[in-house]
Design a protein around this ligand. Structure first.
Ligand SMILES: [Zn+2]
Length: 194
């Protein structure tokens, strides 16, 4: 399923290899300081949930406060890893909590040609499978140093976006936002000096 530019709206930095990176990029619009939370209201969380729906387990949308709490834990963790600082114990405890609250299991189903394996997320312990999935996917990624080494901050100093540099030459969260803005500023500086 492709997401149209209209549906993405303000969520310009999505489709990163793990949903956690998309989530931590909802603290502000790309290229701006954290003045405007993109997950301020329930309808924002619903819009973001629609964009991410193909990548997460089905089921109820998480409570927005729980979603923001997971976002905080992931941002704390990912920023610490990028900066080479120790990760806060509170953030780690939060991530472990989200994973335990909706555990996952595999179920086998007989089909005409043999067996099919299905992944089951358990919401019956009171947790939300989507939050557990985002935390679990992040845990696998963030405990692999070769993956952590690809996490970067956007090269625009005014921008809070973080991305996975699948292409090692990527410098901007979105070339059409920060790349252009910095290039235009550079152009005007040069033109002013001439
Ligand atoms: Zn940026």
């Amino acid at each position: 399923m492709t997401i149209s530019a209209v549906a993405r709206g303000r969520f310009a930095v999505t489709g990163e290899p793990i949903v956690a990176v998309d989530l931590i990029n909802t603290v502000a619009a790309p290229g701006s300081p954290a003045a405007e939370d993109l997950l301020a209201a329930d309808r924002d969380a619903e819009a973001w949930g629609r964009i991410e729906r193909p990548r997460v387990p089905s089921g109820d949308l998480p409570d927005i406060r729980a979603l923001r709490r997971l976002r905080w834990a992931l941002r704390e963790t990912i920023e610490a890893l990028i900066d080479g600082r120790p990760v806060s114990q509170t953030a780690v405890s939060d991530l472990n909590f989200f994973m335990q609250s909706a555990p996952v299991s595999t179920r086998l189903l007989p089909i005409a040609t043999g067996l099919r394996a299905e992944t089951l997320w358990h919401g019956e312990y009171g947790g939300n499978p989507r939050l557990a999935f985002i935390a679990t996917q992040a845990a696998e990624f963030l405990s692999d140093p070769s993956q952590v080494g690809r996490l970067r901050r956007c090269a625009n100093p005014a921008c809070l976006m973080i991305f996975v540099a699948v292409n090692p030459r990527r410098s901007w969260c979105a070339p059409g936002v920060c790349g252009n803005r910095v290039r235009v500023a550079r152009h005007y500086r040069r033109a002013g000096k001439a």
